[in-house]
Write a protein that binds this ligand. Structure first.
Ligand code: GLA
Length: 731
């Protein structure tokens, strides 16, 4: 996209006299979206400060007329990019050791430049900072996405000197927020239990969320957060800042409630030693932030809008409705069974069939999780006509074909492990622990990158009818070591692994721009905006129990858009909840719908329910995937209900999903207020995806005002029920 470049200097407009006992603000750099401002200031001595982030301040003139802002003796003004050195004692954004052993850095404002995208929506501001003593520079890059009200920050760190130096900490973004109290919301969990919501008021000191797992980091702690200022998180009111780091490896997000009462958000790659060679530049990932003056709902909608427009690969394209065979047959893949499932999938209305694990490995067949990973040749005993035979069959049924791979991993029982032991992560003389009987390949090594690209390329080349890849990663990393990286630089492995992964993704995207790519990592282990830049979607969780999924999807969609989260209807028994196929379908329809089973396991009634759900979803998919999401009732609020609505951007259509999540009989008959409608419009209310309607409101025409204030009543008479209402404007 062509960019219009303009350079500006704003110091002159604000120059004035010095202030006794302090420093006078000499200039402001304004970074703004339609409703948000981020202000950077600097003193006459060029000391840069993080001045403000919040609701838009429309005119920079508030600084005219020699209004001085003084810097106190104890350094209470927020640094722009907190450095170790100078007057600063706050937690650093950057910690370096200069070539002469000097631990200090004193960054000074050295100019700012702006450029605007061709469509005018994205303004990039580079704030240049230079160390007072060394030839060391930090260029902060702020991108303001105007209509989405999102601002991202990343740093380019430059060693302009003539000797190598050490980086110890080098974050993406530093934001100073000023409130009275701060409430932190984040999502964390475990395998099959992702994205549980944690909320707490922050105490003084530093609270951190982080991962050291390198791979599948987000199974446990996701690099995203919400901060509610002064009052606990509320959907419709209060100041909320939501953010996420676009990085798929080790990270740390710190929240420093400092002695001045400010909250400093310090987010980036987990600190480690990195030798920055002379003349070298280091680029950090982006930290993405949005500000909402009207509660958490709007913060989420801002992030969803941004993600669809910029943050997720092919974010604007429709997603296919797929059937994946994993929960139906696990490793028991063979041609007759795959054909049987494809026959049934096409009858159900699926648009794509995905063959999961188990199709490869010749010398070491992949019959279970103990062997075959790394040997990406089709097992001819299972699939005599290869991938092409199945992909062509899918095409004959009017469906696309998808394939599961896990190319970063290797089983000890594989030809690859025998031929390339030097490609396996681990240090000589140390244990090389296995998880799920597998080791990790060293993606910092370009030869391994070529191999992984080759795995992908090989699958895609086998048939033009393959249009989807599920890319799995079923272990994390504890014990580290790279035969490729120099002994004195081993710590950079944590960074080079992720860079290697992104290199491969980028090569794939250059060659296969239209293939749909799913990031799976034992379920939701790679749900982050670093991976989503290259992936169309993620697999939300290996847990398809709809009761659990209500919580998992609630957590994930706080930060990530519904169209990028795979949610599949399964037949897998639920331990803690009795549930119908309709209930399962209604839960899965709130994200990117899929099916995960062997359909021949269904009863006739279940098949009919599933078919109806597929037909229903195809009619409402655009509202769910492209609309604005309104959380009506949280499954966490103990009221035995959960409800979410999706409203089309023009407010002419909406869909509300309502669940009674207590499986006992209930006498509660609450009304559910539908957020986001147009009060002046009239809507036809229709209960959909059901053989018989529960609500007497179905079929009625009601005003937006009524629906937003009184709401709909599904009249649940027993527990474990669900209702879906479609609202369509009538003129
Ligand atoms: C992981 C994935 C599952 C499935 C299996 C296959 O657990 O999350 O969806 O693909 O691997 O082994």
């Amino acid at each position: 996209m062509a960019a219009k470049i303009c350079t500006f200097i704003c110091a002159a407009a604000f120059a004035g006299c010095a202030v006794a006992g302090g420093y006078k603000t000499a200039g402001i750099v304004e970074i703004s979206t339609n409703d948000t401002s981020l202000l950077v200031s600097y003193t006459e001595d060029k000391i840069p400060h993080f001045e403000y982030f919040g609701k838009k301040i429309k005119s920079p003139k508030y600084f005219e007329g020699n209004q001085s802002v003084t810097q106190s003796d104890v350094g209470e003004e927020a640094p722009l990019y907190s450095e170790r050195g100078g007057k600063n004692f706050l937690e650093p954004a950057i910690e370096v050791i200069h070539p002469d052993g000097d631990l200090n850095t004193e960054l000074r404002f050295a100019g700012a430049e702006k450029s605007v995208s061709a469509d005018g929506n994205v303004e990039t501001t580079i704030v240049r900072l230079a160390d007072k003593k060394e030839k060391f520079f930090v260029n902060l890059r702020f991108k303001a996405f105007r209509k989405e009200n999102v601002i991202s920050e990343s740093a380019e760190i430059v060693n302009g000197g003539d000797a190598d130096m050490k980086l110890r900490k080098f974050v993406s973004g530093y934001f100073c927020i000023r409130g009275r109290k701060y409430f932190l919301t984040h999502i964390n969990g475990n395998w099959a239990n992702e994205a549980r919501v944690s909320e707490a008021e922050l105490t003084r000191g530093i609270t951190a969320i982080q991962s050291r797992k390198l791979v599948r980091t987000t199974l446990s702690e996701n690099p995203a957060f919400m901060l509610s200022l002064d009052t606990p998180r509320n959907e419709e009111s209060g100041e909320v800042i939501a953010g996420a780091l676009a990085w798929s490896g080790n990270y740390k997000l710190e929240f420093e409630f400092d002695e001045f009462g400010h909250l400093n958000i310090i987010g980036g790659i987990l600190p480690c030693e990195y030798i920055l060679k002379k003349g070298e530049k280091f680029d950090t990932p982006e930290l993405i932030l949005t500000y909402s003056p009207d509660g958490a709902g709007r913060a989420t909608r801002n992030l969803h809008d941004w993600a669809r427009n910029y943050g997720v690969y092919a974010g604007k394209s429709p997603r296919p409705l797929l059937l994946n065979c994993w929960e139906g047959v696990t490793f028991n893949v063979n041609e007759p069974v795959m054909r049987e499932i494809m026959d049934d999938a096409s009858k159900l209305g699926a648009e794509l069939f995905v063959m999961d694990d188990g199709w490869f490995g010749v010398k070491y067949p992949r019959d279970d999780e103990r062997a075959g990973l790394g040997d990406w040749q089709v097992n001819p005993k299972k699939l005599p006509n290869g991938l092409a035979g199945l992909a062509d069959y899918a095409a004959s049924k009017g469906m696309k074909f998808g394939v599961w791979i896990e190319p970063e991993m290797v089983n000890p029982q594989s030809e690859l492990a025998n031929t390339h032991p030097d490609w396996i992560v681990g240090f000589p003389g140390r244990d090389k622990p296995q998880i799920r009987n597998q080791w990790l390949l060293d993606l910092s090594n370009p030869k391994v990158q070529d191999f992984i690209f080759g795995v992908f390329d090989g699958v895609l080349k086998s048939s033009p009818n393959i249009s989807y890849i599920k890319w799995d990663a079923n272990r994390h990393l504890e014990s580290v070591g790279s035969a490729y990286i120099a002994q004195n630089e081993q710590e950079r492995f944590y960074i080079d692994y992720v860079r290697g992964l992104y290199n491969v993704y980028a090569r794939i995207r250059a060659k296969y721009p239209n293939v749909v790519l799913q990031a799976c990592a034992s379920g939701g282990g790679r749900i982050d905006y670093g991976a989503l830049k290259y992936n169309d979607e993620v697999w939300g969780s290996d847990n398809t129990n709809p009761f659990d999924r209500l919580f998992i999807q609630y957590g994930e969609t706080l930060f990530y858009p519904v169209k990028a989260i795979g949610a599949h209807i399964s037949k897998t028994p639920c331990r803690n909840f009795t549930t119908s196929m309709k209930f399962r379908a209604d839960v899965a329809m709130m994200c990117r719908l899929g099916i995960e089973m062997r359909p021949s396991d269904l009863t006739d009634d279940e098949t009919a329910d599933l078919k109806r759900a597929v037909e229903t979803y195809k009619k409402i998919r655009d509202v769910v995937c492209e609309g604005d999401m309104y959380r009506l009732v949280s499954p966490y609020d103990n009221r035995n209900f959960a409800a979410t609505a999706y409203v089309s951007k023009d407010k002419t259509r909406a869909v509300a999903f309502i669940f009674c999540i207590n499986d006992k009989t209930t006498t509660d008959r609450p009304y559910f207020k539908i957020g986001g409608l147009d009060a002046d419009k009239k809507y036809k209310v229709e209960e959909i995806n059901c053989p018989s309607k529960l609500s007497p409101q179905s079929g009625k025409v009601l005003s937006g005002e009524y629906l937003m204030n009184r709401g709909v009543n599904p009249r649940f008479r027993t527990g474990a029920l669900s209702a879906v209402f479609e609202l369509t404007e009538v003129k």
